[in-house]
Design a protein around this ligand. Structure first.
Ligand SMILES: Cc1cc2nc3c(=O)[nH]c(=O)nc-3n(C[C@H](O)[C@H](O)[C@H](O)COP(=O)(O)OP(=O)(O)OC[C@H]3O[C@@H](n4cnc5c(N)ncnc54)[C@H](O)[C@@H]3O)c2cc1C
Ligand code: FES
Length: 259
């Protein structure tokens, strides 16, 4: 199970000029919020959340930023890559009304979570924040599911002008949500955590990963919580005790990097 399966890519889609989806056949069950380790031979193996979930077909959606994601970006239908997983826990989705807040590529893993909430007949509000209009994706997909969608951009090129946390503050004070679920830059999620007092809260954390299934200890946060195994999704009770949350992460060598 912990060896990569080498698979043929069945389809790729350009979501923006720098963001791409890769679809592949992978019939395992998976919960939104779980992730795969994607192996690009001779380059790297990196964690990627599931962004599309169908019985047989799964997808990942990513932004090209470094060696591995640039190499992935060049792959096309028929090319091969390695996939192992799924790993991690995923979101626990329940209640009558949920606020999803996605920052940047966080919408990649929020989208299948929204789909699951809608299938459970939960009223769903979705906020997507991006730097500018050209970095937005999956808005039509979210609308198609029947969720109420609000967009913010830092420069005001689409939707609300400002941070998605400002938009979230307004929604939280005017509505009653049973859950706030989020994925995005950690400082954004920390701010949202502070705004969501007395609401059930879950955030998906990103930490440098090597094994992806709890063996190497590379991704530990707080007092020995492995993001790949106990996370990547943590609830408000756990987050309260993770002193690293919104403060620092570690690089591949274990050195602290402040947010
Ligand atoms: C659980 C999880 C799910 C993720 N899901 C997505 C997703 O759905 N879409 C998406 O675009 N990105 C996702 N990421 C981030 C993605 O893994 C990194 O962007 C990718 O590893 C960058 O690799 P690179 O070689 O292109 O860039 P590099 O230049 O090597 O690194 C750029 C940044 O990515 C981080 N990174 C590099 N290697 C790893 C690694 N092995 N583990 C964790 N972080 C790493 C670095 O710390 C650095 O901050 C996820 C990360 C985690 C931990
Ligand atoms: S990546 Fe190895 S323990 Fe989490």
């Amino acid at each position: 199970m912990n060896y990569p399966k080498v698979l043929k890519i069945i389809e790729t889609r350009n979501e923006t000029s720098d963001i791409k989806t890769i679809m592949f056949e992978y019939p395992e069950d998976i919960t939104p919020g779980q992730f795969f380790m994607i192996w690009i031979p001779n380059i790297d193996e990196i964690p990627m959340s599931v962004s599309f979930i169908d019985k047989k077909i799964k997808g990942i959606t990513f932004k090209r930023i470094g060696d591995a994601t640039n190499a992935l970006f060049k792959l096309k239908a028929g090319d091969k890559m390695g996939v192992r997983g799924p790993y991690g826990n995923g979101f626990k989705i329940n209640g009558q009304r949920i606020l999803f807040v996605a920052g940047g590529t966080g919408i990649a893993m929020i989208a299948p979570s929204v789909e699951k909430a809608i299938n459970k007949e939960i009223k769903t509000n979705v906020l997507i924040g991006a730097k500018n209009k050209s970095e937005l994706f999956f808005e039509n997909r979210i609308k198609k599911y029947g969720a109420e969608l609000f967009v913010s951009t830092d420069d005001g090129s689409q939707g609300y002008k400002g941070f998605v946390t400002d938009l979230a503050k307004e929604k939280i004070s005017n509505n009653k949500f049973d859950q706030v679920l989020t994925c995005g830059p950690e400082l954004m999620m920390k701010k949202l955590f502070e705004l969501s007092q007395n609401i059930s809260f879950q955030a998906s954390l990103e930490r440098y990963m090597k094994c992806g299934f709890g063996i190497c200890g590379q991704c530990c946060v707080g007092k020995g919580l492995r993001v790949c195994k106990e996370g990547p999704v943590f609830n408000e009770k756990t987050l309260k005790n993770i002193e690293d949350f919104g403060v620092f992460k570690r690089d591949a060598s274990g050195r602290k990097i402040k947010f």
